[in-house]
Each structure stands twice: as C-alpha cells, then as structure tokens.
Design a protein around this ligand. Structure first.
Ligand code: SF4
Length: 281
C-alpha cells in the first residue's frame, strides 16, 4: 500500500481486522493520546500548522537533538520566514543559517526543494502540497517526511514510520517482526496505517504521541514499561530492551525508492533514538 493512500471505509476496516486486534488497537490509541495530552512536551513545531515550518523542524530533527534544534529553529525562521525566502536566498546563506546543526546536506536539500516548489522563487504564494503522494513527488521528500508534513501541517489522516515509531509498534503489536527487513517494515507500515484514528485531527495527536512515546518511554536503550501508558495492551510489556538497531527511517516496502529525506533520516529523538541519551523529539 502506498503510504498515505486513503482506503475506503470498508477496506480500512477489513485491513485493520486482518492486521491487528481491533480492540487492542482501540485501547492502545485511546491510552496513547490521553497520555500525550497530559505529558507531551511543549515544542515550537507543535504549535504551528505551517507546512514550511513543519518541514524545517523535520529536517532539523534528523540526527540532531531537540535541545539543539529548538533555538536554531527560531533563528532560522526569523531569517527565512517562508519557503519563498529560502528559494530567493543564495545557497550559501541558507547553509550559513543552518550552522551549528551540522549535516549541511539538509540545508542544501531544503534550498533545492524551495526553488522547485516556488518555481525558482517566482511564485511567492507557492507552498507544500497536503497529500502524501504529491509530497513524495517532490525532490528530497521521503515517505516519513511526506507523512509528517501531511499529518502535522494539514492534519491529514496520514501514517508515518521512523525508527522510534517502528520500535513502539513492533513491541506493542508485532514482537516477532524484524524491522530491519523489507517484510517486517511492510508490516509495521501496515500497522501504522491500520491503527490511525478516524479523523485527521486525532491522527495529528496520535502520530505526535507515538513519536513522543518512542522518545521518552519506549526508547531504544530501555523500555520504561512501569511508566508506560500502553503497558496493559503491549505484547512485550515487561521485557527489557538494552540494544536496538541504529536509528534510521523505515521505508514502506511498497515504495523501495524511498531514498529521499525521510528514507535517509536517522532521527535523533530523546533517549529515544538510541544514539543519544538526550531528548531529540
Ligand atoms: S509497555 Fe514497555 S515495551 Fe510496551 S510500549 Fe510501553 S515501554 Fe514499550
């Protein structure tokens, strides 16, 4: 299934039933979202629905801790308030504004994307499209990033899977799945789609909550099951996880060419990330 494609209601219901235990999924979603509403961190990119600002946050959070991203995010947006401003700037200025975050290919990719979307800076009103398929057609946008922009900016009912999300979904729903392999990744993307709540607005909270749980509670280094809001519905509740594959994006196998921004990403999020003990998301 193409990430973000909208199945018919009947098809979606059949898919859920074939993929997971529906009652388990409902309880999981309800507890997850309730926990997030009470415990989610107050991060600046959670206060906006501007697709450009969401994209900037997603790019910055690749391989960078959230504590480093927060101040830089504000500075960068003060320098480049819109996608059009990025498109009109010299590439060197964008890279300069990115300084301190490293991985400058992200800044170069953002500049190239801005020029593409705005027709080389000619179209001042141009912005990122809302649906996953159109986002995926843009240069440098992978499956994860497309889902993130669609869900977090437009509140579309789009699933997203990065390493943190894959880890949580594996532990809760599919402990036998190998998320390093194509079939396992396909299963995780299918689960991610199947457990989405009905509305895009609820999906926004759901996706943020999934990522937050992976960042703060069900981390790569340790599963804090005693603090976990979904422990009663988790297939591996109580197990100890002391190691994890290095973080990376989890491409949907239906789209193996997912080599864009999302696919290459190794998100650094909190202890979450397995790469850092400091929160990134
Ligand atoms: S109960 Fe434990 S393993 Fe399951 S999601 Fe929560 S922290 Fe992760």
């Amino acid at each position: 299934m193409t990430a973000g494609a909208e199945p018919s209601p009947r098809g979606a219901r059949a898919q859920v039933e074939a993929t997971i235990d529906v009652a388990q999924a409902r309880r999981f979603g309800a507890r997850l979202r309730r926990w997030f509403r009470a415990n989610g961190r107050d991060l600046p990119w959670r206060k906006t629905r501007d697709p450009y600002r969401i994209l900037v946050s997603e790019l910055m959070l690749q391989q960078t801790q959230v504590s480093r991203v927060v101040p830089k995010y504000g500075e960068f947006l003060a320098t480049f308030p819109t996608l059009h401003d990025v498109a009109r700037a010299r590439p060197g200025r964008v890279t300069e504004a990115w300084s301190g975050l490293g991985y400058y290919a992200r800044a170069r990719n953002l500049h190239a994307l801005a020029r593409h979307v705005t027709n080389r800076g000619r179209d001042e009103a141009a912005t990122l499209p809302p649906d996953v398929a159109s986002l995926r057609a843009l240069p440098g946008i992978g499956a994860y990033t497309a889902g993130a922009v669609s869900s977090f900016a437009y509140e579309r009912r789009a699933e997203l899977v990065d390493t943190n999300v894959a880890r949580v979904l594996k532990r809760v729903f599919a402990p036998d799945v190998d998320i390093k392999r194509g079939p396992g990744q396909k299963r995780i993307w299918t689960i991610a789609r199947a457990i989405l709540p009905r509305t895009g607005r609820a999906a926004w909270t759901h996706n943020q909550a999934l990522m937050e749980l992976g960042a703060l509670i069900c981390t790569a280094r340790v599963a804090r099951c005693d603090q976990c809001p979904v422990r009663s519905v988790c297939a591996t509740h109580g197990s100890r996880f002391t190691s994890s594959p290095r973080p990376s994006a989890v491409p949907p196998p239906s789209d193996p060419a997912s080599t864009g921004t999302g696919a290459r990403r190794s998100r650094c999020r909190s202890a979450a990330d397995g790469r850092s003990s400091a929160p990134c998301r």
